[in-house]
Design a protein around this ligand. Structure first.
Ligand code: ATP
Length: 572
């Protein structure tokens, strides 16, 4: 708002010129009633129609002068409004491009949204300058004209108008709120439908069209309700103004005859008062009501939305930038509810690029929970998870989502070509990149069997075995630029040899690899092993843990590496 006002103030000269021409525009409003009254008193009423016509011609000449003034106002409007729009656009677009939460890729949708608001501000400012200014000049001119022509009637006219204006002023805050609610409802509908539109493929893949329909329908209903409320508020406002404008005429008709009979007023003065009321004051009041409900409200709401969308008001989360690719976990404890037993207790751990960690423990002990803490999906209850020195859940999501990839056991594939499925997280990847990734994870025979990158995949990877689907999900992450890869039993449907190949491929890739082990052989391939058994997790090399962790020793004893199919880890 401050910037908006200072931009307008910067064009003070243009605004003053507009006001100057407005004076000329107000001339007919000031003299109109007086000239018509004189035409009656000194012309038609005094038996001299020629003089009456001359007075009316004078009125017509002034009306032409007023029209010229109005023309100049429109001609000058652009010189005030356009520079203001340019300054606002420059300011907000710069802000979005430098927004710390969108450091990697400037958010085009945010730019589009706020430039749209700027357009509304420009139109509304023009509307205010044209209408509110004209209303002010006309009303003041007409009321002064009325006071000088028919002073005895001035209070009859002014009091109802003041009452209507006060009532109208009292209604304004609730009108503004309703108008804003309607704008917000409008935006929510656009957001909901936009989200469904951009995620149409995922909606279809997850057979969630009913939920998507429900989401949009709810927003449309709310929007409709908000619009009806605005319409009611506007009609109430119009009624108040109509009464305020109509009451003076009724009072005039009621009180004027005795004043004329007693000689305090001439007939021409009464007609002049009627002309002032019907030609200037009443239209001005209706215009005020219309302008306020549409133009001023739109201006206020657009400025408010602009301020909310402005990047300096960034949210508390998503501001941090990691300084390197290292993880540090300090005394991390997490439970799924305040009353529940923590599933992760006092976990401390450091991970550097090149590290390969295996996490082992019985089923249901908290391994996936720990993976979620690493990705920043939720913050720990106690302790901290730092990624590049910043709490991982506060890292700019755009950075975090590129840097950390988690592959779960359940595979997400959608209807589309193999290429579309593989480039989901790396749209920039070339066919060579994709083929290389496919080879690295051992999925080349599968790709050949499917018929190459252009081969279609059915709904949710129909026709693929669970292991084949996992291979494609692994290749999809291999091709990304993620520097931290977490495999959460992501190879559970592969045979041990294929699993070993995948883990080795990811271990050779730059960055950190965390494998939540489905089989104990994963522990033998890792540099370090984290054993989770419900207490404080133990961390060490395979050899160290064999000596220090009874659970790890038991798990290894129960494991028979000579068997082709290993025994999966026991349940908790
Ligand atoms: N979203 C959740 N809400 C509440 N409790 C959860 C949630 N997710 C997991 N849990 C509980 O937290 C505990 C640890 O689950 P988690 O999935 O982390 O174990 P896990 O070691 O990965 O098991 P598995 O090897 O079977 O995948 C379990 O008791 C589980 O029921």
């Amino acid at each position: 708002m401050r910037f908006y006002l200072s931009t307008l103030a910067g064009h003070r000269r243009g605004v003053l010129i507009l006001l100057g021409w407005s004076m000329l525009e107000g001339v007919p409003a000031f003299f109109g009633g007086k000239l018509v009254g004189t035409a009656v008193d000194q012309g038609f009423g005094a038996g001299d129609p020629q003089a009456g016509v001359l007075w009316l011609l004078a009125f017509a000449a002034l009306a032409v002068a007023g029209a010229l003034g109005q023309r100049q106002v429109f001609a000058r409007l652009g010189s005030v409004v356009e520079p203001m729009r340019d300054a606002l656009v420059t300011q907000v677009v710069k802000g979005v491009l430098n927004d710390p939460t969108h450091r990697r890729t400037p958010d085009a949708s945010a730019v589009a949204m706020i430039t749209r608001h700027v357009e509304v501000v420009r139109d509304a400012t023009a509307g205010v300058l044209v209408q509110a200014r004209a209303l002010l000049v006309t009303t003041v001119a007409a009321l002064i004209g009325l006071a000088t022509t028919a002073a005895a009637l001035i209070w009859l006219v002014v009091l109802p108008i003041i009452a209507a204006l006060v009532l109208f002023g009292l209604m304004l805050p609730s009108l503004a709120k309703r108008q804003r609610d309607a704008v917000m409802a409008d935006e929510r509908t656009a957001e909901a439908s936009g989200a469904v539109l951009t995620g149409l493929r995922d909606v279809a893949a997850c057979t969630a069209s009913d939920e998507a329909y429900e989401d949009i329908a709810t927003q449309i209903d709310q929007q409709a309700r908000a619009s009806v409320v605005v319409a009611w508020a506007n009609s109430l406002r119009a009624t108040v103004i109509a009464i305020g404008g109509f009451a003076p005429i009724v009072l005039l008709v009621a009180f004027a005859p005795p004043l004329v009979a007693s000689g305090q007023l001439t007939k021409g003065a009464v007609l002049a008062a009627v002309v002032y009321l019907t030609n200037s004051v009443n239209p001005a009041l209706h215009g005020l009501a219309r302008t306020t409900s549409t133009v001023v409200m739109r201006l206020m709401v657009a400025l408010k939305r602009l301020q909310e969308a402005a990047p300096e008001k960034t949210q508390e989360t998503g501001r941090e930038t990691p300084s390197n690719g290292e993880f540090v976990l300090k005394d991390v404890t997490f439970g799924w509810s305040p009353d529940a037993e923590p599933v992760v207790r006092g976990l401390s751990l450091g991970l550097k690029p090149g590290d390969h960690l295996a996490v082992v423990g019985p089923s249901g002990i908290g391994k996936s929970t720990m993976a979620s803490l690493l990705t920043g999906l939720m913050p720990p209850d106690f302790g901290c998870v730092l990624f590049g020195g910043a709490p991982v859940d506060l890292v700019d999501p755009a950075v975090r989502h590129h840097a950390i990839a988690l592959i779960p056991q359940e595979t997400y594939l959608f209807t589309g070509t193999v290429r579309e499925n593989l480039t989901l997280l790396a749209p920039w990847a070339t066919d060579e990149d994709l083929t290389e990734a496919v080879k690295k994870v051992g999925a080349k025979p599968l790709l050949d069997r499917l018929g190459g990158l252009d081969a279609p995949l059915g709904h949710a990877g129909e026709g693929l075995s669970a292991g084949e689907a996992q291979l494609l999900a692994l290749a999809r992450v291999y091709v990304t630029s993620a520097s931290v890869v977490i495999l959460d039993e992501a190879t559970s449907h592969l045979d041990p040899a294929a699993e070993a190949r995948v883990e080795r491929a990811f271990a050779r890739r730059d960055g950190i690899l965390v494998v939540i082990a489905h089989r104990l052989s994963s522990a033998l391939r890792a540099n370090r092993v984290l054993v989770m058994d419900g207490g404080k997790p133990l961390l060490g090399t395979h050899e160290h843990l064999l000596q220090t962790s009874p659970l790890y020793g038991q798990l290894m004893l129960a494991w028979d590496p000579t068997r082709h199919e290993e025994t999966p880890l026991p349940r908790r």
